[in-house]
Design a protein around this ligand. Structure first.
Ligand SMILES: [Zn+2]
Length: 553
């Protein structure tokens, strides 16, 4: 008979199983939630009395930047932040760490688990740098994690998309995900980063513009990768950072990108940054276009979004969108880091600051909130700040309060640039989220969108990743300091104190493909890469604990 751990008496919010605040016992055996024992005489080995407390599955951050070369470059780039921010002191069970907008690896793990988040995905890794990411993940304790590989400017991908060779791309995609031990396919400014690498200040401005030398358009790349992802039945859809991020008038590009999917699954990430009306670089015409875009998302169930909420304050922008990094460094006249990854990707980093006296920044803030409030189905909109681009993941409790408390939201609206009222609908939106809906957009929804069947819920078979909160009228207070955080059946955190260090799992996919395709990919490496084909795949010894998530049948 297993050792049972019983959590008893709490108000359970488990939207995936239709449980909305009912008092319910949870039985845990090992690292899984299980059916209550059928024999009523069976007693648990341990019991946690959660009477009066709120119980949810552990939080899931499906889009953040926490590991890999650009994150590490950003840490090194900003020593001034590290000096003056909170210090993470070593304890008997935890390592020391540094904060600032780009926390060190250990601090990242501790801060996520302290917030009740038990899983996080880094959204942009050049596959050539997969090893670096895995190494940092091994130093990111407490949470399960995975990453998405950059594919939108990969030379092999662009060639196959131009040739319309779906089979070649399908095999390459499956091979690449397996070789990098990645979780999903990411497009970042498809085609645009390649033009940036070729030409001074280069970029694409529309999805039908030609990418020189490759004679392919962003639309072709988006469609080809979306087809490959669906034909491989990957657990997560193609994850799209559209062209023209941050540019006034970019909403038409975003709409065209969603249409280009032609019914294939697609996740539009940090969509706040892609929802702007207005003319070329003219601040006076900048306005919100969430309404028509949200209408389109509402009408098309193949689409999901995460928000990329902007928070006022200083942070660091880091992106696979090379030209965007250059643009931001010019706007802020700040430090700038840029790097190209040979056949695969680009990268840009710049310190930035969102000010509530700025019209543009105030509108960005309002546009993010409009997204939460205008997508009707909470299962298709996910909480994110695109950490650290829009702000830190530590802002999630504050965002929850703004969504659940309309008066509080209106108070903040009074402090931002006054023109926001005329250029966004935020002031007219009266919707308030319920606890059940918060549980959807922070855990149940992202789990479903990621195809993680054993996460984001509390039914039998689920990972025993559980967050227990003390109810409070102020929802920011409630969510910023969970009473208990349980990871894989272990109570890791009690009121902010980490009681035990735990290494989470790596979540990855390894789709099947035609092994005969390796000859062609190997030749491509011989001809073009700085690394041998046989040395490229990440070995099984790179992760201590890995879990392969299976593809659909
Ligand atoms: Zn991002």
């Amino acid at each position: 008979m297993p050792d049972y751990f019983l959590i008893t008496g709490g108000y359970v919010y488990d939207p995936a199983n239709g449980i909305d605040g009912q008092v319910k016992d949870l039985w845990i055996a090992g690292d899984k939630i299980v059916e209550p024992p059928s024999d009523p005489t069976v007693r648990p080995t341990r019991t946690l009395n959660a009477a009066g407390l709120v119980i949810m599955p552990g939080g899931i951050d499906m889009h953040c930047h926490i590991a890999g070369p650009k994150v590490n470059a950003a840490r090194k780039m900003r020593p001034e932040e590290k000096r003056n921010s909170e210090k993470i002191m070593r304890t008997a069970v935890t390592h020391s760490g540094t904060m600032g907008s780009v926390p060190s690896t250990f601090a990242t793990g501790y801060k996520y688990i302290g917030l009740g988040y038990t899983t996080a995905f880094d959204a942009a890794v050049p596959p050539l740098a997969a090893r670096h990411t895995h190494e940092e993940f091994e130093d990111t304790p407490c949470i399960d994690k995975g990453f998405y590989v950059l594919m939108g400017n990969n030379h092999y991908v662009m060639n196959a998309a131009r040739d319309g060779d779906d089979e070649r791309l399908r095999n390459f995609t499956a091979w690449l995900l397996g070789a990098a031990k990645a979780y999903a396919c990411k497009l970042v400014n498809p085609g645009g980063v390649e033009v940036w690498k070729q030409q001074p200040s280069g970029n694409v401005r529309a999805i039908d513009e030609n990418v020189e030398h490759f004679n392919v358009t962003p639309r072709q790349v988006i469609q080809a990768v979306a087809r490959a992802v669906d034909s491989l039945k990957l657990p997560h859809s193609v994850h799209i950072h559209a062209n023209n991020l941050g540019m006034p008038g970019n909403w038409t590009t975003t709409l065209e990108t969603m249409r280009a999917l032609e019914g294939h699954r697609g996740h539009m990430t940090h969509i706040q940054f892609h929802s702007y009306g207005g003319g070329d670089a003219d601040e006076n015409t900048f306005n919100s276009k969430v309404a028509p875009l949200a209408d389109y998302v509402n009408a098309n169930p193949n689409l999901t979004v995460d928000v990329g909420q902007v928070m006022f304050g200083k942070t660091t922008s880091m992106t696979g969108d090379g030209p965007l990094g250059y643009y931001l460094a010019n706007v802020y006249k700040s430090k700038w880091f840029s790097a190209d990854t040979e056949m695969e990707a680009g990268c840009g980093i710049a310190p930035i600051e969102y000010k509530n006296k700025s019209l543009v920044h105030s509108l960005q803030w309002a546009i993010g909130l409009e997204w939460y409030l205008l997508v009707q189905d909470p299962w298709r909109v996910v909480m994110s700040t695109d950490h650290p681009n829009g702000g830190s993941f530590l802002a999630y409790p504050h965002i929850i309060r703004m969504l659940m408390d309309r008066t509080y939201r209106e108070d903040i609206l009074k402090e931002v640039h006054p023109a926001v009222r005329g250029r966004s609908q935020l002031a007219d939106l009266t919707r308030e989220y319920s606890l059940n809906e918060i549980a959807i957009i922070t855990r149940a929804g992202p789990a479903r969108i990621l195809g993680l069947k054993h996460k984001g819920h509390l039914g039998p078979g689920a990972d025993a990743d559980i967050t227990i909160y003390t109810p409070h009228e102020n929802k920011e207070t409630m969510f910023e300091l969970p009473r208990y955080v349980i990871k894989a059946g272990i109570i890791l955190v009690e009121e902010g104190d980490i009681r035990e260090e735990h290494m989470g799992k790596l979540l990855h996919v390894a789709p099947d493909y035609d092994r005969a395709a390796e000859a062609g990919i190997g030749q491509w490496f011989e001809d073009c890469y700085s690394i041998r084909f046989r040395n490229y795949p990440v070995g099984d010894d790179y992760s201590h604990v890995a879990e392969e998530i299976s593809c659909g049948k």
